[in-house]
Design a protein around this ligand. Structure first.
Ligand SMILES: CC(=O)SCCNC(=O)CCNC(=O)[C@H](O)C(C)(C)COP(=O)(O)OP(=O)(O)OC[C@H]1O[C@@H](n2cnc3c(N)ncnc32)[C@H](O)[C@@H]1OP(=O)(O)O
Ligand SMILES: CC(C)C(=O)C(=O)O
Length: 558
């Protein structure tokens, strides 16, 4: 009979499954396995100094369970335990954890590594799957149980000789998701009974690994729920999840596994680990954070965490990695930029929407909570729109372009972006703004403008303008009801453009005595159309007249 190479995994027999109607409402215990599962899968594993820095980072951001290595694997691994313990480098509330195969000489060495620690978790594993038993161990079920029990007994006896230390036990039926569930429970019950001293206060950790992601996440959840139901002393164990990411569903597996009743999650920052990696804890933790759950882990400076992990592992974080990727909070496309810009400005409107304070289109979490800056939210390329361009100028330069001017500016910025054929920086956007609107080339150059209030009526202005036209200086006088109207009347005597100035926007772009004023002046042309000019000065009237000259130069250019 021919059997297919691949097939749909068999459903788990749990017709009355409860987990789909549950939600995760509190944080699990987070356990970092970066320095073991993550490290064992690095092309260049970390050296002891790098591991020490990594350990400090994990402690600083709040991890309390940290697997720091596989002490029987090498002298470096063993010595790292000794360095931390003898150097008193472990915070009192942190459990260090070390992994061992269920083999006597490795356990012996492992227990030696823990000597003198305040709090430790000895983690033993063996795979009770038929696959492993047949292909790797050459064992029958009975023998496997005997091995797991013997290892547990050995660890128990050695732990009893260390009364000064709070030694806990973690057992992993490796390949849990490929193992007959009843057999997993049987092995775990035997281990539990042998350990003998688990209490609700000092529970034994039963870690249920999806060592290889062969099943969809709902199967994992089914198996976790079944395990929790079937295990005889549920209140004396912590049910722990350990997902890998072979099918890219590690985070989903964890979320569904938590719904199914797990208490603890093992994973790594940014998902380092064998093959496609362990589950990414940064994503799992921030997902819960984004739903208002207190996680106990501080990612308020995620940039620092990311930089440290990249440096120590030698592996870059993907641009689109959730939360930490360079582009995780970047919108390139115009409509997204526009909506984010508006959403952030209207955060306090409609406070009842979703019943929560943060509701911005295209952004499910406030980047500031992760130490990421608004200035970097919107990047400009040829797909960008006016909203995004306005946002960049506002965030990076405090320049608030009036809405009516945005389409015209956007046209120039897009033109520039197309011309250079790449994403352009905020500085370049500013440069386009300056070159096009503030200081465009043209025949007119303002030498000076002196508006003098009338002796009798100070609202009435006598203006004198010195203007160079194609390098030739002219002096013109005119009166008006205000400084701008006097200036316009003067200019009209020498400029061959029929224009009026309706209203204009002013903006102080800095606080304090040296405040710079910006004036955005629309010149309405007799032949229809509006051309904006922008002027900069410490005095608002001078800024406005500069804007008019800039506008006239732009008209001449067209
Ligand atoms: C899913 C995981 O990530 S598990 C963690 C994997 N991490 C590592 O392996 C990194 C550290 N490991 C090492 O440095 C080495 O493998 C050591 C030091 C632990 C052991 O080294 P060695 O004994 O020389 O080699 P190796 O690991 O290949 O041993 C394989 C033997 O252990 C047995 N074995 C493998 N896993 C287990 C286990 N969990 N419990 C009991 N025996 C096991 C195998 O069946 C095999 O037995 P055999 O020699 O009778 O065929
Ligand atoms: C040892 C166990 C927990 C493991 O790393 C795995 O199954 O992936």
């Amino acid at each position: 009979m021919s059997i297919p190479k691949y097939r749909i995994p068999e459903m788990i027999d749990i017709p009355d499954r409860q987990w789909p109607s549950k939600s995760v409402t509190k944080s699990p215990i987070w356990c970092s396995v970066d320095m073991r599962d993550g490290n064992q899968a690095l092309p260049d594993p970390m050296d002891p100094d790098q591991k020490l820095e990594y350990f400090k980072l994990l402690c600083d951001i709040g991890f309390k369970h940290i697997e720091i290595g596989f002490p029987s694997a090498s002298a470096d691994e063993f010595n790292f335990f000794r360095t931390l313990i003898e150097g008193d480098l472990i915070p009192d509330d942190v459990f260090i954890m070390g992994l061992t195969q269920s083999r006597p000489h490795l356990i012996e060495k492992t227990m030696e590594a823990f000597k003198g620690c305040k709090r430790g978790i000895v983690h033993a594993y063996i795979a009770p799957s038929d696959l492993h038993m047949k292909q790797v161990f050459g064992m029958e079920r009975k023998q496997l149980i005997e091995t797991a029990v013997a290892s547990t007994k050995q660890i128990r006896e050695l732990a009893d000789q260390m009364p000064e230390s709070d030694i806990r036990y973690e057992f992993s039926p490796e390949e849990f998701t490929d193992t007959d569930i009843d057999f997993s429970v049987e092995v775990c019950e035997a281990v539990f009974e042998t350990w003998g001293k688990a209490t609700p206060e000092k529970p034994l950790i039963m870690n249920l690994p999806a060592t290889v992601e062969r099943r969809p996440p709902n199967h994992y959840a089914d198996m976790v729920e079944l395990f929790c139901r079937k295990f005889s002393q549920r209140d004396r164990i912590l049910v722990s999840l350990h997902a890998h990411n072979d099918q890219g569903m590690g985070v989903a597996s964890i979320e569904l596994g938590l719904m199914a009743g797990a208490d603890r999650v093992e994973g790594t920052l940014f998902g380092h680990g064998e093959r496609t990696g362990n589950v990414d804890l940064v994503t799992c933790i921030n997902n819960l954070y984004s739903r208002g759950i207190e996680t106990g882990i501080d990612f308020s400076d995620l940039g620092h965490v990311a930089e440290t992990v990249e440096r120590l592992t030698g592996m870059p974080i993907y641009y689109r990695q959730p939360y930490a990727g360079t582009y995780a909070f970047t919108a390139f496309s115009g409509s997204h930029q526009d909506a984010i810009n508006k959403g952030v400005h209207k955060l306090t409107e409609a406070p009842d929407m979703f019943g929560m304070g943060w509701k911005v289109p295209y952004m499910h979490i406030d980047p500031a909570d992760l130490g990421r800056k608004f200035e970097r939210l919107i990047r400009i390329n040829s797909q960008s729109g006016k909203g995004g361009i306005a946002w960049v100028l506002e965030q990076d330069f405090g320049i608030g372009i009036p809405k009516a001017m945005q389409p015209e500016l956007s046209k120039y910025v897009q033109g520039y972006s197309e011309q250079v054929g790449r994403e352009i920086s905020a500085d370049e956007v500013h440069e386009v703004f300056q070159n096009e609107f503030v200081a465009p080339e043209g025949p007119y150059e303002l030498v000076g403008y002196w508006p003098r209030p009338d002796d009798q009526d100070p609202t009435f202005i006598h203006g004198e303008v010195k203007l160079k036209i194609n390098g030739e200086e002219k002096t013109i006088q005119a009166d008006g009801n205000g400084p701008i109207s006097a200036f316009v009347s003067a200019i009209r005597q020498v400029v061959d453009v029929d224009f009026t100035v309706d209203d204009y926007h002013e903006q102080a772009i800095d606080k304090g005595a040296d405040a710079q004023a910006l004036a955005y002046v629309p010149l309405k042309l007799a032949g229809n159309g509006v051309i904006f000019g922008v002027g900069e000065d410490s005095n608002i009237n001078q800024a406005a007249v500069r804007a008019i000259v800039a506008g006239l130069n732009r008209i001449t250019k067209k």
